[in-house]
Every structure is written in C-alpha cells, then in structure tokens.
Design a protein around this ligand. Structure first.
Ligand SMILES: NC(=O)c1ccc[n+]([C@@H]2O[C@H](COP(=O)([O-])OP(=O)(O)OC[C@H]3O[C@@H](n4cnc5c(N)ncnc54)[C@H](O)[C@@H]3O)[C@@H](O)[C@H]2O)c1
Length: 336
C-alpha cells in the first residue's frame, strides 16, 4: 500500500508540483485546499501527470472539524503543509489575515495531527525569515530577522515547531525554507495560476511577452546591488518539489527536526532575469521603474551546503530552464 501524504495547499503553485513528485515517488497524495488562490479544475491535470487518482478535500486549514474529518477519511501518514498566504506587500496591508491563515492555520493543523497520532510534517517556510542577506548567503543556523509581516508569520510557525519538538521528541519535522520559486512543470501542463494577477517577476514577464500587459514594473532600482535592482535566488519549482520529497523521506526515516534551504545558491538581479527571459521568448520586454514596495528587501540568496549534505539535494535546472518552462506554460494558456 502506498503511504498517504496530505498536501495542504496542494492545488497551489508549489503544492501541485509536490503532489506530482510525491506520486512519482510511490506516495498516495491527498490534497486539502480552500481554493482561495487556486482552482479545483487542476485535479484533471494532476491526475494525468501523477498517473493515479488524487483525492481532494475542500477545506480551510483553520477549520479543525474539517481537518479531523480529513484525517478520519484518509489513512494519512504524513503532511506537507503548503497552504498559506505569501504576498509580502499584502501582508503589510493585511497583517491579521496573514497571522490568522499562516499562524493559526498551522496551529490547527498540528493540533489535529497530534490528535490523529500523525507526527511527520514538512512545513513550507520561506527565505523571508532571514530578511536581507546583503552580499552573503543565508545559512540555516544564521540569524532570522524578517523584514515583513509575511516573514514574521513564518518565523513564528518555525518557532512553535521547535517548541513542539522540544516538548515531544517523537515529532518528525522538516522546515523547508524556499527562496524564489519559479518556472513551471516541463510538461507545460502545470504552472503558476493564481486567482489575482501575480506580482512575481516571471508571471509578469510572461504576460508582457504574450501581449497581455504592456510592461513589467520593477519595484526598487536603488538597492546597493550591481545594477540597482533587487537580487534574488530563483529555484525551479520541480527542483523544489524534489527537495520536499527528500525532506519528507529524511524525517520519516528518523525522528528529529531539520531546517533546510531550498534555493540555487546564486543570486540574479531583476535585470538579469529580464535578459534571460528575453532570450527564452525571443522578444524584448518593456519595463518601467517604480519605488521599492513595503516590506521589500535588496538581496536574498541561499547557502545550500547543508541541504546538499543532509538530503543529497541540489537543483538541476538553472535560470534558462526556469524562463523556458515559464514561457512554455504561458504559451499553453497558463490556466487550468
Ligand atoms: N512561491 C514562492 O516563491 C514561495 C517561496 C517561499 C515560500 N513559499 C511558501 O510556499 C507555500 C506555497 O506557495 P505557493 O507559491 O504555492 O502559493 P499558492 O498561493 O500558489 O498556493 C497556496 C495554496 O494554499 C491554498 N490556501 C490558502 N489559504 C488556505 C487556507 N486557509 N486553507 C486551505 N488552503 C489555503 C490556496 O488556495 C493555494 O492553493 C506558501 O506557504 C508560501 O508562503 C512560496
């Protein structure tokens, strides 16, 4: 019998790729999602790519009754927790919504896992817990000084995961700090398809190349970086999904708590990415400069030595593959 893994937020950008990767590795994923930033229509694609039925529970992670029912209805052995809100600027404007979904949602999930006797959890955290990494690379044991409400909500969840593990060493917890997840599935059947217009760089570039928007808006051009635009560590969504499965395998094999960075270890400026995307799509991209956004930072880059040593993971797809796959997804409609 394949092991059942609950993927919260499994219809979202990262979660959907995790679902397919879990199935490819012999697991039986079950999705729990409230579809606030995704659509149930993704299921057909997921089942085609996974080659197996993917049960889908429509529920909010804050709803403990619905969670209890999900654990009752499915033989869940482990959880990958991807459900959450992730927009930095929005988190500054709507802090309580972010504390509610990201913190209270994680608490309710862990509470129900405890009741159900399920002790294996991979938590989708973020590079935002580190804040600005300047010219260096963030290490997992380094300081965490998030610059946004979003980053602070994720740091709180990381901290209560540590406290939970200190109180009960039977928990098997993986904190996965993802850097800038980008690209799309190489099949062009899955990619980023948020309900509202994404402010992420790659979706913006795709829309302009497809003629759906006239220009991209570059927020911040006065950072202390080589070209003045922000530096980010872009990592392909399929590499990210592979990292999640490795983290799950690791904690499932031995009780404990691990924290790992999932990034590329290389920082690219916004203008670097624009140039790479122009090469991928064969068009030039109009751009306009705007002031920095609230909660924004100049640089974010991962040190991935610990992840490589602990999980044997490193990304295999670079910036060109990220751009090529994002563009193929756009040309395929970028919708479910
Ligand atoms: N995309 C990135 O670059 C990135 C980087 C670092 C960390 N992360 C984290 O990874 C996770 C997934 O990110 P994503 O890019 O896939 O985002 P996404 O918005 O595409 O996916 C999140 C999913 O969670 C669902 N969801 C939201 N609130 C929910 C709730 N209360 N109950 C149930 N489902 C809910 C949404 O409908 C969506 O399907 C987030 O927690 C985010 O903070 C993302």
């Amino acid at each position: 019998m394949p092991e059942t893994v609950l993927v919260t937020g499994g219809a979202g950008f990262v979660g959907s790729h995790v679902v397919v990767e879990l199935a490819r590795n012999g697991y039986a994923p079950v999705i729990l999602d409230n579809f606030s930033n995704s659509t149930p229509a993704i299921r057909t694609r997921l089942e085609a790519l996974a080659g197996r039925p993917i049960p889908c529970v429509t529920a909010d992670v804050r709803d403990t009754v619905a969670l209890r029912n999900a654990f009752h209805d499915h033989p869940i052995a482990a959880v990958v927790h991807c459900a959450g809100l992730k927009n930095v600027a929005e988190s500054e404007a709507r802090p309580l919504a972010y504390y509610d979904v990201n913190v209270c949602g994680s608490l309710s999930l862990v509470e129900v896992m405890g009741e159900a006797g399920v002790a294996t959890l991979v938590f989708s955290s973020t590079a935002s817990v580190y804040g600005d990494t300047g010219s260096g690379r963030a290490r997992e044991d380094g300081t965490r000084t998030p610059a946004s409400v979003y980053g602070r909500t994720k740091r709180i969840v990381e901290d209560f995961a540590r406290d939970l593990h200190a109180a009960n060493a039977n928990w098997r917890l993986a904190i996965v700090r993802k850097f800038n997840v980008a690209g799309a599935h190489s099949s062009a059947m899955m990619g980023e398809a948020p309900r509202a217009r994404s402010t992420h760089l790659l979706p913006q570039l795709c829309r302009v190349a497809a003629g759906e928007a006239s220009e991209i808006v570059i927020r911040g051009h006065d950072w202390p970086t080589p070209d003045g635009t922000a530096l980010r560590d872009y990592v392909h969504v399929q590499d990210v999904a592979e990292g999640f499965v490795r983290a799950l395998r690791h904690v499932a094999a031995q009780p404990g708590l691990i924290a790992v960075n999932i990034g590329s270890g290389t920082a690219h400026s916004v203008l670097d990415v624009v140039a790479a995307f122009e090469r991928a799509c064969g068009r030039s991209i109009a751009r306009t400069m705007a002031p920095r956004g609230p909660g924004d930072i100049g640089a974010s880059c991962a040190d991935i030595a610990h992840t490589e040593q602990l999980l044997g993971w490193r990304p295999t797809r670079g910036l060109d593959a990220i751009c090529a796959d994002a563009w193929r997804w756009q040309k395929n409609g970028a919708r479910y």
